[in-house]
Design a protein around this ligand. Structure first.
Ligand SMILES: [Zn+2]
Length: 96
């Protein structure tokens, strides 16, 4: 019985973590520089990992429609760019 409660608590914790993560992080395509957020469900099931330059997640970019190991970025960084953003004009500046 307590084992079940423990498992439920762990599962709830994981869900909360993924939801929090989804709200605070977005991804940047390495191919075209497009920045995009993904749904919590997709965030949960997509393969991901850590590379020497940060976290990444295997995603299909909505900009260039190719699979890429998208770089994980904080949402606060979205739109601010780091000098490497290119060729994407429809991202609203300022935003939110
Ligand atoms: Zn792309």
């Amino acid at each position: 019985m307590w084992t079940v409660i423990g498992l439920v608590a762990v599962a709830a914790g994981v869900v909360l973590l993924v939801v929090w993560h989804g709200r605070n992080f977005a991804y940047r395509c390495r191919r075209c520089g497009n920045e995009f957020a993904i749904s919590t469900a997709l965030d949960f099931v997509s393969p991901h990992g850590i590379w020497f330059d940060g976290g990444w997640k295997l995603l299909r970019c909505p900009g260039c429609r190719r699979w890429t190991r998208a770089r994980m970025i904080r949402r606060q960084e979205m739109g601010s760019g780091d000098g490497r953003k290119e060729g994407h004009a429809d991202v609203a500046s300022g935003g939110v």
